[in-house]
Ligand binder design. Structure first.
Ligand code: ADP
Ligand code: GLC
Length: 500
């Protein structure tokens, strides 16, 4: 019988390409900070592995050199550092982190995946091949550490080769788990890359790393891992069929018994309207009227007409096809003719950045746009707008819709993936049973989105309905604890020996 799990014996190496606050381009950075911290709270011995980009090396204060490597296959020489992430509120110590300091691969200006012009680094296969390789080494008998994990938890394509390296390794077997945060990014490279990455030619097979004539890091992870997790139950189903399987639906459907969907939580210490230092005014569900001070501050700061009664919409996102920016661009001119305002923060594809920026020029005082990445402003938008927009074409989980609900800012979202799993549509029935917390629109077209916007405005004008929506959202528990328990239970189910 399975009884008390021995969390303390559970060692997890969590491999990631970004972690907040050191380096973040999106939700993976948030998850890589919050999930390991929540697992640590449950007694799991979890440690991170990340590439040593300049911001990571600069952001860790007390580092200790663990080992130096040279002559590892085709990889340049590098050092391995050990440190701790900054401790969260209430936690006694931060999560341990290992950093691969390989200057020729990671020490450069630009982002973790792209240069300053937004182009992929040409040597990304080697950059993340090294991350994957070290992940496997740290789990093996060849590790320079005394510590050994019994689970290796990989995240997205950047660590997708780790399960393959572990599969071909001859020694002690370690359980590997592959998390999909976004199936669109698959880490596809020409077949010639394989030999430089120190993987056997036999792996270049439809049952292996081969992917439509190329090699794919993510496919390797999905094929060789013991278990697959994705970040919401709905997305776990969506990726097993077209179109959201993006070419991997066959493999995923074939492994459906080994796929779990667990919604992300949010870091409720960093995203808390009661204490958030980025807000002009903190507030709670009991003092929700004070939220209006943030709206005024945001309207002033962004050059919008200051008006407490006009419904103010907001959007913070990467500017990509995934996020439905094209839909927003189609709908924004209509929104600007309504009694409504819109504030946009984001950056991404150059063409979309330009078109978004043009909205402000064409609708001054009604639409305000900031192109760029601004953590502080993103918090003020969550606290200052009345309703948050997420017209995502697909969304594995999404975090902003949860931040919004916690900030009393009912979101309007496309009914897909994690958005469907975390937002309860406002209807007479859900208002009556106290579950309504936002708005869903079902068709990915401007008409359906606009109809959603009109529903939001109508509800906003009914103060009783709006207050109920705000209160319902703010009362929901989006903390990581429940999700972390689900992750821990999956780890333990893969290691039956750890149960008494
Ligand atoms: P994704 O990971 O697909 O980008 P998520 O909703 O999971 O989407 O997470 C996005 C995270 O990145 C959120 O914390 C969001 O606030 C943040 N974010 C995205 N774009 C920006 C930006 N331009 N400025 C500040 N924060 C941003
Ligand atoms: C991805 C997804 C997003 C998810 C995040 C964290 O970037 O696009 O939906 O919330 O990863 O899991």
């Amino acid at each position: 019988m399975l009884t008390a799990p021995l969390s303390r014996d559970l060692g997890v190496l969590f491999i990631t390409s970004e972690v907040y606050p050191l380096i973040k381009t999106g939700g993976l950075g948030d998850v890589s900070a919050a999930l390991p911290a929540a697992l640590q709270e449950l007694g799991v011995d979890v440690r991170l592995l990340i590439p040593g980009y300049p911001k990571v090396l600069a952001g860790l204060r007390y580092k200790r050199k663990v080992a130096g490597f040279s002559g590892l296959s085709h990889f340049p020489p590098f050092l391995l550092w050990s440190a701790r992430l900054p401790a969260g509120k209430g936690a006694s110590k931060g999560v341990p982190i290992f950093v691969i300091d390989c200057p020729s691969l990671y020490r450069r200006n630009g982002g973790p995946y792209t240069n300053t012009a937004g182009q992929d680094w040409p040597d990304n296969a080697m950059r993340f091949g090294l991350l994957s390789k070290i992940g496997a080494i740290l789990a093996s008998d060849a590790s320079p550490l005394i510590w050994r994990p019994n689970i290796v938890h990989c995240n997205d394509w950047q660590s997708g080769l780790t399960p393959a390296y572990l599969h071909f390794y001859q020694g002690r077997k370690v359980v590997s788990l592959m998390s999909i945060h976004n199936l669109v990014f698959q880490g596809v490279f020409p077949p010639s890359t394989l030999s430089r990455l120190d993987l056997p030619a036999t792996s270049f097979n439809i049952n292996g790393i081969e992917y439509y004539g190329d090699m794919s890091f993510l496919k390797a992870g999905l094929y060789y891992s013991d278990h697959i997790i994705t970040v919401s139950p709905t997305y776990a189903k969506e990726i097993q069929t077209m179109p959201l399987g993006f070419g991997l639906q066959g493999l995923l459907a074939g492994r459906s018994d080994h796929i779990s969907g667990i919604v992300n939580g949010i870091d409720s210490t960093k995203w808390d309207p009661e204490t958030d230092p980025c807000l002009a005014q903190n507030y709670t569900v009991k003092r929700i009227a004070a939220k209006a001070i943030n709206k005024r501050a945001l309207q002033q700061m962004m050059g919008l007409v200051v008006d407490s009664d006009i419904p103010l919409f907001g959007m913070v996102s990467r500017h990509t096809y995934q996020k439905g920016c094209d839909l927003l661009l189609q709908v924004a001119p209509f929104l600007a003719r309504m009694p409504a305002q819109l504030v946009i923060l984001g950056s991404g594809e150059a063409g979309l950045d330009r078109e978004m920026a043009a909205l402000e020029k064409n609708h001054p005082g009604k639409i305000a746009v900031r192109i760029g990445f601004d953590e502080t402003l993103s918090h003020l938008i969550e606290g200052g707008v009345d309703s948050f927009l997420m017209p995502s074409r697909f969304e594995p989980c999404g975090l902003n819709q949860m931040y919004s609900q916690r900030y009393g800012t009912p979101p309007l979202v496309h009914a897909t993936g994690g958005l469907l799993d975390t937002v309860v549509d406002c209807t007479p029935a859900t208002l009556a049973d106290g579950s309504a917390s936002g708005f869903l629109f079902h068709e990915m077209d401007p008409r359906s989105f606009l109809a959603g916007i009109q529903r939001v405005i109508a509800s906003y004008c009914n103060k009783t309905t709006w207050l109920r929506l705000q209160r319902n959202g703010m009362a929901k528990d989006f903390s990581w604890r429940l999700s972390a328990i689900a992750y821990r239970d999956i780890y333990l189910s893969l290691l039956p020996g750890l149960y008494k």
